[in-house]
Design a protein around this ligand. Structure first.
Ligand code: PMP
Length: 369
């Protein structure tokens, strides 16, 4: 560790040293800078290929003259819009600087050294990082056939378990939890365990049997549903997500939430985006059409794509995923190697625009030759 060489007398808590820094998808600008490839394509961060919601852009344009003021820390107007849209009381809604921030806030509110957190593996890496940041212990539960294994998650619960993360659909596998399975799980889970249902990709789900976290807010377990404007609404760069949870949990979070964590522009954009139903429908069409094109095209190259309920999917490359990632980069296409997620031969790809999908398939064909 460099830190101990540079500052030998500095005490760094061991749980901080145990954290592997999160490696985000490579930005297009970085690829272009490093490899000198113009017109590159990024299919690595599950972003919306259509761009931002047009209604959100318009709302931001008209609010731009207000950014000399701090935002409304309680996000009154946005909370009202969402409350109406979702049919839940405003007291149950809280916003974050991306849903990332809410994952951190829940961990910081409810965990301490000695706490255990049940984490299906692989899943979104931030759960592990935020758990460790509190000196709490991640208890990993392997997926079963790429799906979250709820029985195994129950089996991992001990007296010290404080929280369980359920990512539905699960990143990076795209699998979902069905209502029946989720209800059985909740019925057996001790009521002291906080359930975090991360629904960052819920808008893309087509399976009607998929559990939706908001149906379970009145149960004995404290349960928080996390959603985001980064994916289906095209606002990843703006950083805004929200949580729906019992008001008592929201009040706890509000004790430590930074008062201005959702910016002026993020608040107005989110309020407009949630009403932009045309954009959401267009987005879903692009994703679903793109998935059927990509599954056919990749399948005809002799590779296996795993079924997904999201805007991304896994491909078994049957070769080193890190090398595939590098070779695709050299062809101007950014994908995600799943090596750090425990799948050394899988890559994760998200659906792009039709021309981006074609470029991906061409590049893939090129590296298989
Ligand atoms: N949850 C999951 C499962 C994700 O994949 C992501 C983004 N990659 C997030 C949460 C965070 O999204 P954001 O902070 O942009 O709302």
């Amino acid at each position: 560790m460099n830190i101990t060489k540079r500052f030998p007398d500095l005490f760094v808590p061991p749980h901080i040293l145990s954290i592997e820094p999160y490696v985000p998808g490579k930005p297009i600008e970085e690829l272009e800078r490093e490899y000198g490839i113009p017109g590159s394509v990024k299919l690595a961060s599950n972003e919306n290929p259509l761009g931002p919601s047009p209604m959100a852009m318009k709302a931001m344009e008209s609010a731009i003259g207000k950014v000399h003021r701090y935002p409304d820390g309680g996000a009154f107007e946005l909370t009202r819009i969402l409350s109406e849209h979702l049919g839940v009381p405003p007291e149950m809604i809280v916003f974050g600087n991306g849903s990332d921030e809410l994952i951190g806030l829940l961990c910081h509110t409810l965990l301490m050294p000695g706490s255990e957190v049940v984490l299906p593996q692989p899943s979104f890496l931030i759960y592990d990082i935020m758990t460790r940041s509190m000196g709490a212990r991640p208890v990993n539960v392997p997926l079963k056939s790429l799906s979250i294994d709820l029985d195994a998650a129950l089996g991992a619960v001990t007296d010290d378990t404080r929280m369980v993360f359920i990512n539905n659909p699960n990143n990076p596998t795209g699998t979902i939890i069905r209502k029946e399975a989720f209800e059985k799980f909740l019925a057996k889970l001790p009521p002291r365990v906080m359930v975090v249902v991360d629904e960052a990709y819920i808008e893309f789900v087509r399976d009607k049997a998929c559990a939706v976290g908001t149906d379970y807010l009145d149960g004995p377990n404290p349960l928080a549903v996390l959603r985001t404007f980064s994916k289906a609404y095209g606002l990843a760069g703006l950083r805004i997500g929200y949580g729906i949870m019992p008001r008592e949990i929201r009040d706890l979070i509000n004790r430590i939430r930074m008062p201005f964590n959702a910016s002026v522009l993020a608040q107005v954009a989110a309020g407009a985006a949630i009403k932009d139903t045309d954009f959401l429908e267009k987005t879903k069409r692009v994703i679903w059409d793109g998935l059927s094109y990509l599954f056919d095209a990749v399948g005809s190259l002799g590779l296996t794509c795993f079924p997904t309920q999201s805007n991304f999917f896994l491909i078994d490359m049957k070769q080193n995923a890190g090398e595939v990632f590098e070779k695709m980069l050299r062809r101007g296409v950014i994908v995600r190697s799943m090596a750090s997620y425990g799948f050394p031969e899988y890559i994760r790809v998200n659906v792009g625009l039709p021309e981006e999908n074609e470029r991906f398939v061409e590049a893939l064909e090129g590296i298989l030759k």
